[in-house]
Design a protein around this ligand. Structure first.
Ligand code: ADP
Ligand code: ADP
Ligand code: ZN
Ligand code: ZN
Length: 768
């Protein structure tokens, strides 16, 4: 709808939201200035994501999709209209989030940032001897890919050491792969073949016999099915295995079959291209002695000067374009990555920053960019560079919205929206809107936290022993030997790419497989899981209700006999109308409560099981306390665990699929709190935590240690680092400039350490 004011096109200056009610939002009205950087703050669960992602991003995507013909629209992701009275003057939104880039193994840092395609053009014009056009250098194109591995760089081969027991004869069961065993349909081919000696141990086969067993052709063999007997062509065991299980669309196989086959495969670097993914012609073509695979394997920081040296009139400008893009990657603190790094191996934070690089290169303006805690995984040293990039996106004429907890990012905001005052039903309101200076004086929780500059821990605990990791050399680790102190809280620090994950998630957990690893990866459970089922309290709850009401426990489950019959316990009816927005309507029969009416009339202390699932963990604690004495201590103990990890605002019935990465990590932690003498490993547990929530997290870690456990956290948050008993700092920088221990000691000693970026920033934090 074009509007104009006195003949000039009218450019709205704000995104205007009225009456937003998504999740916990309480009729939020908001005017967000366009063309500026707005940071959303507030404790976790206060409603930041509900505004930014579930309301603004969803609605602008939905409106954008509506502009396509419905033929196209049918192929786009479907969005439902968010709950709000009005949403006006939105701009197309681009969400740059932490969802792992994943992708298949053909996706690399080079392909996802498009730098690799520039490098291919460079080689096609300037490499000698030329292999042909740019596609001849592509491992995703038949004209460039290695013929052996189809450009994957790795091959998966049947592992004959596992498929065959060579000490046995075919008749005695030499074939171990179950679908080909003696007695199976396929197995008969080998036992019955006239050309093989079924009674000679396979290990004694000569080369010719062996070749026939694996790759032989010709000859006919009688095989019996359950109702028939036929004469079939002989097919070698290897050929058959590959035809049935490798050279076909694997997704057509059942998961069970895929898992089975997996046990009989081994994966390794492709012997033909040694992992370079390309064919001989592409690899023979060189610039300055380097082929394109060498270039792709270099760290970005090393590659820049190599390409910048090219001053040929034709190749120079192409190399220059690559250098510009590479400098953006370096500027965002990812100079330690190489173009050939597969994207599925990147962390969420690395992926988010790479996506950002791609958008910086785009010439779109007037967009709304939305970021979810972009500082995750970034050392305080690199937050300044992140800020520069956010500001550059803004200066290109975009609106930038950022959900953030890091005071250094909040500091550069043009505008702040502080949500609160609490979490869940205790939040959902805008408690402050305005400048950063105003936020500091606002008296809100966030405002008050910005004034804190506390000191390092004075009396660190004494270790009770040592957990050694010796000569670790995974990825960039440079023969690292470290003694992690037992019985204390240790923070492992260092800039991104310095090797923290390689040391902790890689080397340490390999040496101590019994360690309890609590990470942010998804919880592989069903869409119907809730905190109540995940914590394992539903059984007890059902029994309590059953005993009180004299009915069957299954009645108190919406996955079982208690389910509302109209919606099968989903609470909503989902109608996908081919060419309109999908509509989920609350189920009329149960009014969204998921249970049959009769179940809601069965109560325990005046509450139905529906009421219980709508309780927050906090409310549930009060409710179940009286039942603790006689019947079960389990419910209260498990609910307390939820409170201990700062998730009291979750309701017992909230679908687990709606949890953020940080929340997922904390709910996993909640199920692991009861141990003593264990080693806990956590990866950035402060992700998604407000400054005020960090206190609670550290208190929890302290309690774990006091209960006799050892706790290791990979962490950038200086508020955690200063309160650890021991710090292991890796560095000095990322990639091959890292991988060494630059400091080991107490936080107080770290304050005086030289040559550590972490020390520098800790000094600043404590002094400021
Ligand atoms: P923040 O981003 O500030 O951490 P959220 O907007 O994610 O907060 O959450 C606000 C409240 O809404 C919390 O109580 C959260 O548990 C709840 N919530 C978030 N997503 C959903 C959802 N999909 N369904 C139900 N409740 C949700
Ligand atoms: P940090 O946890 O400190 O950010 P990492 O341990 O993730 O550091 O990375 C250290 C180095 O190892 C970096 O150069 C990184 O690119 C490399 N690296 C990490 N994971 C992989 C992987 N799966 N494959 C190849 N290289 C990796
Ligand atoms: Zn190959
Ligand atoms: Zn229903």
């Amino acid at each position: 709808m074009a509007r104009s004011v006195r003949g000039m096109p009218y450019m709205p200056e704000h995104i205007v939201i009225t009456g937003a009610r998504e999740n916990n939002l309480k009729d939020v009205d908001l005017r967000i200035p366009k063309g500026l950087l707005t940071v959303f703050t507030g404790v976790s669960g206060s409603g930041k994501s509900s505004i930014v992602f579930d309301t603004i991003a969803v609605e602008s995507q939905r409106q954008l999709n509506e502009t396509f013909t419905w033929f196209v629209r049918n192929r786009l992701p479907k969005y439902e209209r968010p709950h709000a009275d009005g949403l006006e003057d939105l701009a197309p939104a681009i969400v740059v989030d932490q969802k792992p880039i994943g992708g298949h193994s053909r996706s690399t840092v080079g392909t996802m940032t498009d730098v690799y395609s520039v490098v291919r053009v460079l080689f096609s014009r300037y490499g000698t001897p030329s292999a042909g056009p740019a596609t001849a250098y592509s491992f995703n194109d038949p004209s460039g890919m290695c013929p052996e591995c189809d450009g994957l760089g790795r091959t998966v081969r049947p592992d004959y050491g596992r498929i065959l027991d060579e000490s046995k004869s075919l008749a005695d069961g030499a074939v171990l792969f179950p679908p080909f065993r003696v007695g199976t349909f396929h197995g008969q081919t080998y036992v019955n073949s006239q050309d093989l000696d079924a009674h000679k141990p396979v290990g004694e086969f000569n080369a010719e016999e062996r070749e026939f067993l694996l790759r032989g052709r010709g000859g006919r063999v009688w095989v019996k099915g359950s109702t028939f007997e036929v004469e079939n062509d002989y097919e070698g065991l290897a050929d058959r295995f590959e035809r049935l299980y490798l050279k076909r669309d694997l997704s057509a196989l059942s998961q069970k079959t895929r898992d089975l086959v997996q046990d009989f495969l081994s994966e390794g670097v492709c012997p033909h291209c040694s992992g370079a993914r390309l064919n001989e012609a592409a690899l023979a073509s060189r610039i300055d002695g380097l082929n394109i695979a060498d270039v792709a394997a270099m760290e970005v920081g090393d590659l820049i000067p190599v390409l910048a040296r090219i001053d040929d009139p034709v190749a120079g400008p192409i190399a220059g374009a690559a250098v510009t893009a590479l400098e953006r990657i370096e500027a965002i603190g990812l100079g330690y990555l190489s173009l050939d790094r597969p994207t599925p191996t990147l962390s969420g934070g690395e992926g988010q920053r790479l996506k950002m690089v791609r958008h910086l290169g785009s010439s779109l303006t007037g967009m709304t960019y939305i970021f979810d805690e972009p500082s995750v995984g970034l050392h305080p040293r690199d937050v300044g560079r992140l800020n520069d990039l956010l500001l550059r996106l803004r200066d290109k004429g975009n609106t930038v919205l950022v959900v953030e907890h890091d005071p250094d990012v909040i500091a550069v905001a043009d505008h702040v929206v502080d949500m609160g005052p609490g979490a869940g039903t205790g939040g959902g309101q805008v408690v402050y809107e305005g400048t950063v200076a105003g936020l500091r004086d606002s008296g809100t929780l966030t405002g008050r936290c910005l004034h804190r500059h506390p000191d390092v821990k004075k009396n660190p605990r004494r270790p009770t022993g040592r957990l050694w990791v010796r000569d670790a050399s995974l990825h960039n680790l440079d023969d690292v030997t470290v003694a992690f102190p037992a019985g204390v809280l240790t923070a492992v620090t260092g800039v991104a790419g310095s090797g923290k994950s390689s040391l902790v998630s890689g080397a340490f957990t390999a040496a101590y497989p019994e360690a309890v690893v609590v990470d942010q990866s998804s919880i592989g459970i069903s869409a119907r899981s809730t905190p109540a089922t995940y914590l394992g309290i539903m059984d007890t709850v059902r029994k309590l209700f059953a005993r009180e009401t004299g009915s069957e426990p299954g009645l108190f489950s919406f996955n079982s006999r208690g389910a509302c019959e109209s919606c099968q316990g989903r609470g909503v009816i989902y109608s996908d109308l081919a060419f309109m927005d999908p509509v989920t309507t609350t189920c009329e029969a149960c009014e969204g409560r998921r249970f049959k009416d009769e179940v809601r009339r069965l109560t325990l202390a005046g509450r139905s099981v529906v009421d219980v699932l709508e309780m927050t963990a906090d409310d549930a604690l009060d409710f179940f306390a009286p039942f603790d004495g006689g019947t079960d201590k389990g419910v209260s103990r498990r609910l307390r665990a939820l409170r201990d990890v700062g998730l009291t605002y979750l309701t017992l019935g909230q679908p687990l699929g709606t949890l953020s990465g940080g929340e997922r990590q904390r709910i996993k932690l909640a199920t692991q709190l009861h141990r003593t003498g264990a080693v806990y490993v956590l990866d950035e547990p402060t992700t998604g935590l407000h400054m005020a929530d960090v206190d609670g997290l550290v208190a929890l870690l302290d309690r774990l240690v006091d209960d006799g456990n050892t706790v290791l956290v990979v962490e950038h948050n200086l508020d955690v680092v200063r309160r650890a008993d021991w710090v292991v700092d890796l560095g000095p920088d990322g990639g091959k400039h890292g991988g060494r221990v630059v400091f080991e000691g107490t936080p107080a000693q770290l304050l005086r350490a030289e040559g550590s970026f972490t020390a520098e920033h800790l000094r600043r934090e404590v002094r400021a």
